[in-house]
Design a protein around this ligand. Structure first.
Ligand code: WTA
Length: 649
């Protein structure tokens, strides 16, 4: 750490945004129009949710207005009740009536350096053609479509085409394995699946069609697989099932009616990891999700017509759904979309792109920031980053050191950092600064106006200055409505620990100024480089290997990736431990779930600590891995297992 950085960290300085940033911000203008003078006053006024979200809802176009903003029967909320709406009308159709028709929606860059600029008009036409193509295959309102695509323009096109005709998309991250894709396709009961021949990652072609073929061997609901041509690698087409995307859209009309949906109609399912081996299908709807994501992007990242917005996430995760696809398009913004690895071919790929495309607002994850920090200052220094005016962070707690590096070396001390805390379930930012918020490095500051968050102890009492359960006390428009096919788990998982209050699963501390400091997950969900992975999922992948008898998986703190996966494995009695076997198991997990879930560390042990009910005590394993005191072991059924951990090989 440099002396300079050290001094900054000790200073506990509050970073006030400059007058320039404040006075030109969308939120300040909004406040001025309503006679609101300060941040505190804004938070106070916005407590009237019906008023605040009514105002936000009216910034979008409705086919028919709503009767009531909110109906709250805990734990079930409905928003904009009675409103007729379609998110795609707002993301595309309405721009056809304005100058934005010819504005660039996406500047897409492939990893090899190929660039496509797509205007709103051409995006609209492509979406309509593909929507008509889906209809020609018999896709109707309410049907499910599973999308297994990398970061290519056909991904947003496919999502928007589904939403346009009232079909429900379920996007599966292209880094997930065949097995993970199959599990999600079958849970959703998808009628159509969409994939690509291959795509580029670190200069290599990833043959995704092969994984899709493998997955669909056992996916009876799928009638057709649509295949985008991207890398031109050799693939096998199943004559009865597979259709090339380009052949399918040929001759389709560029006009397609947008389905008039109810505000509460389902928009998409996105699977996310929980505490069991089975991913949860998080359900979002058209109306509230649109209003929530639109408002948060407009007022947090302050997008204006001349901005170039780059949310450097993958659309396969919620960050990309909300802030690469839906919200920026509703705002009529110009977004950057990038196919490949952020440090390929060199560690300055991102900074080079920021400079070349004149990016003004840049949003990434702390893992990336720490990685770039490790590569060294010389890489960003080579590039003109003067176009930047605002920065963002998401996915994990950002340590103050990374925050300050980002602020100084990337933002060059001009750009406030929006550290946004949220989840797949929340759909939109929950804890987040606005451009008018005084910032504390490492804190996601306060809830977005109208939201009420708190930190509770085990008895459900609010606490300050100490870590506790982060909860949300008010419903919000973009909140998940349920878990697909599992409404009971929705109630149990999120709303039962403290009745009527949403349990986030995160630990946080609230300071004396009401600022929130995130400390990580409190359940068995791992956060690896900003990606959510359930310990139980990795464990079940490990025990599916014929040489493994039992496995326990915990997170191990890592200076760059936040957390990495550590797995303790008991082998079957006739199997001998070896380094090769570790590699074999790692690759096995990669195949079962995806490369992101590969354990960084595997240890073979003879026994694992368990409770009397047979539950593995991850707390003890975690302490052991971190080299911390083990603590109370009186509830263990097999205390001798603790000593067995020392004999790990
Ligand atoms: C973590 C990603 C600290 C948190 C949008 C949460 C964060 C989980 C932050 C959700 C942040 C996200 N500071 N932690 N700014 N943002 N998290 O569903 O543990 O992939 O519960 O959504 O990421 O991950 P998910």
């Amino acid at each position: 750490m440099t002396k300079e950085l050290e001094a900054l960290l000790k200073e506990k300085r509050i970073f006030d945004p400059s007058d320039d940033v404040v006075n030109n911000s969308n939120i300040k203008r909004w406040m001025n129009d309503r006679g609101i003078n300060t941040y505190d006053e804004l938070l106070e006024r916005a407590r009237d949710q019906n008023w605040f979200w009514g105002e936000m809802g009216r910034e979008l176009e409705w086919f028919e207005p709503w009767n009531n903003v909110l109906e709250w029967n805990p734990p079930h909320a409905k928003w904009f009740i009675g409103g007729k709406f379609n998110i795609v009308h707002n993301a595309l159709d309405r721009h056809m009536k304005t100058w934005r028709k010819n504005k660039v929606a996406y500047i897409w860059e492939g990893e090899p350096g190929d660039i496509r600029k797509i205007t709103y008009y051409s995006l609209y036409r492509e979406v309509n053609k593909f929507a008509n193509a889906l209809k020609s295959l018999g896709v109707k309102k309410g049907d499910k479509v599973s999308i297994y695509l990398p970061m290519i323009p056909e991904l947003p096109i496919a999502m928007l085409a589904c939403a346009k005709i009232g079909a429900i998309h379920s996007v599966v991250f292209s880094g997930f394995s065949a097995r993970a894709f199959r599990q999600r396709v079958n849970d959703a009961g998808a009628k159509i699946a969409i994939t690509v021949d291959g795509f580029y990652r670190r200069g290599k072609v990833i043959p995704l069609k092969e994984s899709a073929d493998e997955a669909l061997k056992d996916a009876p609901s799928v009638e057709h697989l649509i295949v985008v041509r991207r890398a031109g690698n050799d693939i096998e087409m199943d004559e009865d099932r597979d259709i090339w995307w380009d052949e399918l859209i040929e001759g389709q009309s560029v006009v397609c009616d947008t389905e008039i949906m109810d505000s509460e109609d389902m928009l998409f399912i996105l699977y996310t990891s929980g505490t069991t081996g089975k991913p949860k299908g998080v359900v979002h709807v058209h109306g509230g999700y649109a209003v929530g994501t639109h408002a948060t992007l407009k007022y947090v990242f302050d997008l204006k017509d001349d901005d170039r917005w780059w949310c450097a996430a993958d659309i396969g995760w919620v960050t990309g759904h909300s802030y690469i696809v839906y919200a920026p398009l509703m705002l009529g913004a110009t977004s950057i979309m990038y196919e490949g690895a952020p440090d390929y071919p060199k560690p300055d790929r991102i900074w080079d792109m920021v400079g070349r495309h004149g990016v003004t607002v840049f949003y990434t994850a702390p893992t990336m920031i720490r990685m770039f920090m490790k590569y060294g200052d010389k890489w960003p220094k080579r590039h003109d980053l003067s176009s930047l005016r605002l920065l963002g962070s998401v996915g994990e707690p950002i340590n103050p050191e990374a925050w300050v590096w980002y602020y100084k070396k990337i933002g060059r001390e001009r750009c406030p950092i929006m550290d946004t805390w949220w989840q797949t379930e929340t759909g939109s930012f929950i804890l987040t600064p606005l451009p008018i918020t005084p910032l504390k490095p490492g804190s996601a500051t306060k809830p977005f106006p109208s939201f009420e968050a708190d930190v509770l102890n085990d008895d459900g009492e609010p606490i300050t200055g100490r870590g506790g359960h982060l909860v949300i006390k008010t419903p919000w428009p973009a909140m998940l409505r349920t878990l697909y096919k599992d409404p009971e788990r929705y109630v149990r998982q999120y709303w039962s620990t403290f009745p009527g209050v949403y349990l986030t699963g995160d630990v946080a501390r609230k300071d004396e100024d009401g600022y929130f400091w995130l400390q990580g997950r409190e359940d068995d969900v791992l956060n690896v480089a900003g990606h959510r992975i359930g310990s139980a999922e990795v464990e079940s992948a490990l025990v599916s290997h014929p040489k493994v008898a039992e496995a326990a998986v915990v997170g191990k703190p890592d200076p760059v990736r936040g957390e990495v996966i550590a797995a303790l494995v008991i082998l079957r009695s006739d199997v001998n431990p070896s380094p090769d076997l570790k590699d074999e198991l790692r690759n096995h997990v990669g195949r079962e779930i995806g490369p992101i879930a590969k354990p960084s560390m595997i240890g073979f042990v003879k026994d694992l600590p368990k409770t009397r009910s047979g539950k593995i005590m991850r707390r003890i394993i975690k302490a052991k891995i971190k080299g911390e005191p083990i603590g109370d072991i009186s509830t263990l059924a097999n205390p001798e297992a603790v000593a067995a951990l020392d004999e790990m090989v």
